[in-house]
Design a protein around this ligand. Structure first.
Ligand code: PLP
Length: 399
C-alpha cells in the first residue's frame, strides 16, 4: 500500500532550504559511486585524522564506563577545560557558568538563536555567509537581513556597515571570523567597535569562532570572549572542536556568554539533546588540555596549501581570488565566465563537476553570486589535480 502523503508540514519548513554544501557532497558521492574519478574540494572538514592522544582518551572513557548522561551543560571538567584554554590562549578569565558544551558548533548557534530571536525579529548576517546562518534564523521565525561585503575590500566587515542595517526590530548580529567561505578575519579593534555598537543598541552579537585557531601569516588567533568586561553581557561566542582538532564527527562545540543567558540555554539544551555525547566530552577535555602542537601543525599545513592554491587560481584566465587570512577555503570569483554558457555559479559548479570531476561549492549558497568555494582541507595532490582540471575547463570555455 502506498504511503499516505504528509498532510501538513509546519509553516517554518517553507523557509528552510537544504544545505547547498551537503548537495555538492551528495553529487560528488553519486559520481564516485558511478566509478568517476572526482577531486572533492566541496567538503568543509579537515582531512587529518583526530590526533592519537585524543582518541586514547575516548577509549579510556569507554573502558571506565563513562557512558551515562552528563549534566546538560556538559561535564564540569569540560567546561573548565574550555575556560582554561581561553585563559592560556588569550589571558581571559571566564567562569564555568558562562560556558556550555554543545553538540558541535551548530548546536551552539542554534541554541543562541532559540534563546534570543522572536518571530519577526531581524538578525543581521554578513555575506558571504556560512550556509546555515540564514536557515537557522528562518527556523526561529526571524528575518535574516543580509549585510554584503565585497571582494575589493577583502570581504571586510565594519561596524559602520552593520549600523546602516540596524532597525528597531534588530535583535541580533551574527558574525563569523575567520569567515567561511571568504577567509576574511575581523580585526580585534573592529570586533570591539561592533560590540560597542551592539551594547549601545542593547542587542546581542553572536561571534562564530569555529575557525579561531586557523589563521595565517602574521595573524594570531583572537576571541570576542576577551572584549572589555563592560561589553560582555552583549557578546556570545560559539566555538567548536571540529576544525581545530580534526574532530568533526565527535560533535563537540561550546558557547561562552553572559551567565544568565547561558543558564537559559542550558534549559533549552536539556530538552533538546540532554547533553553532548559523554565519551566525546572526555575526548574534548584531552584535546583542550593536552599538547597543542597538533593544532599548529595542521594550521601550518593549511597555510602551505593556501600558498599553493590561491596563486594557482589567480593564474587561471578570468578567475580571481583574494588571499584568505584564515579558515581553509578559497573563495574565487568566476564572474567573468557567467555571461556565456553559464548564468549562475551553480551552473558553473554543476558543469565543472560533470565535465571535469571537480567538486566545488557555488557562491550562491553563501549568498554571494559569482563565486565558487574551494576547500583546501585536501592533499596537495588533490589540489594540483583540481587546478589542472579547472584550468582546462576554463580554457575550454574560451575556445
Ligand atoms: N560555523 C562555521 C562557520 C562552519 O563552517 C561550521 C562547519 O562547517 C560550523 C560552524 C559548525 O561546525 P560543527 O557543528 O561541526 O562544530
Amino acid at each position: 500500500m502506498a504511503t499516505p502523503p504528509v498532510r501538513r508540514l509546519a509553516e517554518r519548513l517553507r523557509q528552510v532550504e537544504e544545505s547547498r554544501t551537503m548537495r555538492v557532497v551528495a553529487s560528488a558521492q553519486r559520481l564516485r559511486a558511478e566509478g568517476r574519478d572526482v577531486v572533492d574540494l566541496g567538503a568543509g572538514e579537515p582531512d587529518f585524522p583526530t590526533p592519537g592522544h585524543i582518541k586514547d582518551a575516548a577509549k579510556r572513557a569507554i573502558d571506565a564506563d563513562f557512558t551515562r548522561y552528563t549534566p546538560a551543560a556538559g561535564t564540569p571538567e569540560l567546561r573548565d577545560a574550555i575556560a582554561d584554554r581561553f585563559l592560556e590562549d588569550f589571558g581571559v578569565q571566564r567562569a564555568r557558568n558562562e560556558i556550555i558544551a554543545t553538540v558541535g558548533g551548530k548546536q551552539a548557534i542554534f541554541n543562541v538563536l532559540l534563546a534570543l530571536v522572536d518571530p519577526g525579529d531581524e538578525v543581521l548576517v554578513t555575506a558571504p555567509y556560512w550556509v546555515t546562518f540564514p536557515q537557522v534564523v528562518n527556523l526561529c521565525g526571524g528575518i535574516p537581513v543580509i549585510v554584503p561585503t565585497d571582494e575589493q575590500s577583502g570581504f571586510r566587515v565594519t561596524a559602520a556597515m552593520l549600523e546602516e542595517k540596524l532597525t528597531s526590530k534588530t535583535s541580533l548580529i551574527v558574525l563569523n571570523t575567520p569567515n567561511n567561505p571568504s577567509g576574511a578575519v575581523i580585526a580585534p579593534s573592529e570586533l570591539v567597535r561592533i560590540c560597542e555598537l551592539a551594547a549601545e543598541r542593547r542587542i546581542h552579537v553572536l561571534v562564530d569562532e569555529c575557525y579561531q585557531k586557523i589563521v595565517f601569516d602574521e595573524l594570531r588567533p583572537h576571541t570576542a570572549a576577551a572584549v572589555p568586561p563592560e561589553l560582555r553581557r552583549w557578546v556570545v561566542v560559539a566555538g567548536s572542536l571540529s576544525k581545530t582538532y580534526a574532530m568533526t564527527g565527535w560533535r563537540i562545540g561550546f558557547t561562552i556568554g553572559p551567565e544568565d543567558l547561558i543558564a537559559r540555554i542550558v534549559v533549552i539544551q536539556g530538552h533538546e539533546t540532554s547533553n553532548p555525547n559523554s565519551v566525546a566530552q572526555a575526548a574534548a577535555v584531552q584535546a583542550l588540555s593536552g599538547p597543542q602542537d597538533c593544532v599548529d601543525e595542521m594550521r601550518r599545513q593549511y597555510q602551505l596549501r593556501r600558498d599553493y592554491l590561491v596563486p594557482a587560481l589567480n593564474g587561471i584566465p578570468g578567475l580571481s581570488c583574494v588571499l584568505p587570512r584564515g579558515a581553509f577555503y578559497a573563495f574565487a570569483s568566476v564572474r567573468r565566465h557567467l555571461n556565456g554558457r553559464f548564468r549562475t555559479s551553480e551552473d558553473f559548479a554543476a558543469r565543472l563537476l560533470e565535465e571535469s570531476g571537480v567538486a566545488v561549492t557555488p557562491g550562491s549558497g553563501f549568498g554571494t553570486e559569482g563565486y565558487i568555494r574551494l576547500s583546501f582541507a585536501a592533499s596537495r595532490t588533490a589540489l594540483e589535480s583540481a587546478i589542472e582540471r579547472l584550468g582546462a575547463f576554463v580554457r575550454g570555455l574560451e575556445t
